[in-house]
Design a protein around this ligand. Sequence first.
Ligand code: FMN
Length: 390
Amino acid sequence: MIRYLTAGESHGEALIGIVEGVPAGVPLTAADIDEHLARRWLGFGRGGRARFEHDHVHIYSGVRFSKTMGSPIALRIDNAAYHRDRSGWPEVMAVEGTGEGVEPVTLPRPGHADLVGVQKYGFTDIRPVIERSSARETAMRVACCSVARQFLKHLGIEVGSHVVRIGEVGYERPEDWRERVETLLAGGAEALYRAADASEVRMLDPDLSARCIEHIRATKKAGDALGGIYEVVVTGVPPGLGSYVQWDRRLDGQLAQAILSIQAQKAVEVGDGVAAAYRPGSRVHDPIVLENGRLTRRSNHAGGVEGGVSNGMPVIVRGYMKPIPTLIKPLDTVDIATGTAQPTRYERSDVTSVPAASTVAEATVALVIANAVLEKYGGDSLEEIRARMA
Ligand SMILES: Cc1cc2nc3c(=O)[nH]c(=O)nc-3n(C[C@H](O)[C@H](O)[C@H](O)COP(=O)(O)O)c2cc1C
């Protein structure tokens, strides 16, 4: 199975990742990973960091002549923020010394990890909490999971996503976007992500895109923030991934965990999800039909998973993101040093990160599917696994 660990602080020198369990023979270059790191910076409404942080991964091990070797893959992404002149981060984030003269952060932001972090780890300065709970960590997560994604790609399994809502602007029901998405999916899920990437908010409908941009502009002016909803789709998934025989082997459960493991994601739907709870069974369950000697479905309300097992239809998962907690408009808080009521202080931040979150979700979903493939078919090299899947 593929495992990964990330390390690094948001304004530390670099992010580090180790990916272990990747089969040998998977074609992989830094450019394959950089493509998805760049996509993570997409989206109207990003903060100032998006202007100067051009993520590039350095591969230190596990790859030779552009192919994985089956050994652990070590990755590094430098934080441009740390290296920028006059940024002061080398002093604030110094690995050694006493930190004398570095001003502590003492105003916890509601909705962020600030207060629970200091309570949990016993800090008097919120800085260490901010640095590791920050979604900057997802850059390395995307890098690690992009390795799994490359493995899937060479098995004909593709992952894509698009945004379906930002704040008050979006589609109302899955039916409203299904046809547009299905047309794109005929070419595989990569066609879906490429079409979404063409929009500044990763939305397929140009009219909704334009309205979302206005909505984000107005929200920024009001000093507020926005959440939203996105959909991740995986094509080429063979039937039989996951299992109903044990709770932790259910593919839908694993997908939900993958989405909720991302900062600020608060709900997940598989297939029709919440809408299915409101509808009669005859409008929810997908009729089974025999087409060219193959059992398939006339519709895909289940999102490609029944009984915790993939059924051969595209896997569909939606993630719901709350508005980010750093607002220009201050919220009430309490200074942890003095105990006095204070307004929160603004630090450079996004207005909405939903388009970015959708690309992170693609990556985390790819890892789940890659591991489900490895669990079912096993194998130590891409060729061996390919042969077993044929
Ligand atoms: C891609 C992405 C970008 C984010 N950017 C910001 C940001 O600029 N400012 C902020 O306060 N929170 C941002 N967040 C959300 C925080 O990281 C998150 O709310 C925080 O870690 C607390 O975790 P929780 O919301 O899951 O409770 C972002 C999240 C994601 C997924």
